[in-house]
Design a protein around this ligand. Structure first.
Ligand SMILES: Cc1ncc(COP(=O)(O)OP(=O)(O)O)c(N)n1
Ligand SMILES: Cc1ncsc1CCOP(=O)(O)O
Ligand SMILES: [Mg+2]
Length: 221
């Protein structure tokens, strides 16, 4: 645990890769069963009915696995879910989204609220002051999901240790890059494509997790 948050894989859904309720729920169930420690529902559509239906189904699924569901962008949706699932629901906010201080006021002190900080320690300081639960940096590598996201140097992860909050690395995290991001300081590794574009989601999660396992643990087995 790190500041009340688990460490490890943070899976983020994608409505193009998982275009209907069935594929979304089946993929997330496989990812959770294989060891994902945090799940974000990221849906950029304007279909409010679908978002509510999918988010409630995901909240129920996460409850079964003891994992917190993080809603991307949408404070109102997170608030509605919180009425039923309480602390099992959190929110992720970027720089163009609802101000974090307002979300903190509305969701309360116990909710997990994450903040996008790109490559900026100034944004990280502001997010920490506003009550962020974790600080997300990136993109660190080429991203298939959001290629236009601004790049960030890995060194920002080490520099962000000063805030004493869990650090999330995002952008192009896959089997070949995940250990580099972890070794640079990230407690949570956020992944879209390398999990949800895989034909075998459980195997993809295990392959990523294996690369996070310290070599000493293998030696002690
Ligand atoms: C864990 C995590 N980190 C960063 C982001 C990006 O958020 P944002 O900058 O608001 O961009 P969109 O995801 O809304 O396109 C994230 N979602 N999750
Ligand atoms: C939402 C977001 N913000 C920065 S990169 C990114 C997408 C990450 O997806 P992938 O793991 O496929 O690179
Ligand atoms: Mg956003």
């Amino acid at each position: 645990m790190s500041g009340g948050l688990p460490q490890g894989l943070y899976a983020i859904t994608d409505s193009q890769l998982l275009p209907d309720d069935h594929s979304l729920l089946a993929a997330c169930e496989q990812a959770l069963a294989a060891g994902v420690v945090l799940l974000q529902y990221r849906d950029k559509s304007a279909d409010a009915a679908r978002r509510w239906r999918e988010a409630t189904a995901l909240a129920a699924l996460c409850e079964r696995f003891g994992v917190t569901l993080i809603v991307n962008d949408d404070l109102a949706l997170a608030e509605r879910l919180q009425q039923r699932w309480g602390g099992r629901v959190g929110l992720h906010l970027g720089q163009q989204d609802t101000p974090l201080a307002l979300a903190r006021q509305r969701l309360g002190g116990a909710a997990i609220i994450g903040a996008t900080c790109h490559a900026s320690l100034t944004l990280a300081a502001q997010a920490a002051d506003a009550g962020a639960s974790y600080l997300a940096f990136g993109r660190f590598f080429a991203s298939r999901t959001k290629p236009e996201a601004p790049p960030a140097p890995l060194a920002v992860l080490g520099e962000a240790a000063r805030f004493g909050l869990p650090r999330v690395a995002i952008g192009g995290i896959e089997a070949a890059t995940i250990a580099t991001a972890r070794d640079a300081g990230a407690e949570l590794l956020a992944v879209v494509n390398a999990i949800f574009a895989s034909p075998d989601i459980a195997a993809a999660v295990r392959a990523l997790d294996t690369r996070l396992t310290p070599i000493s643990e293998f030696r002690n087995r």
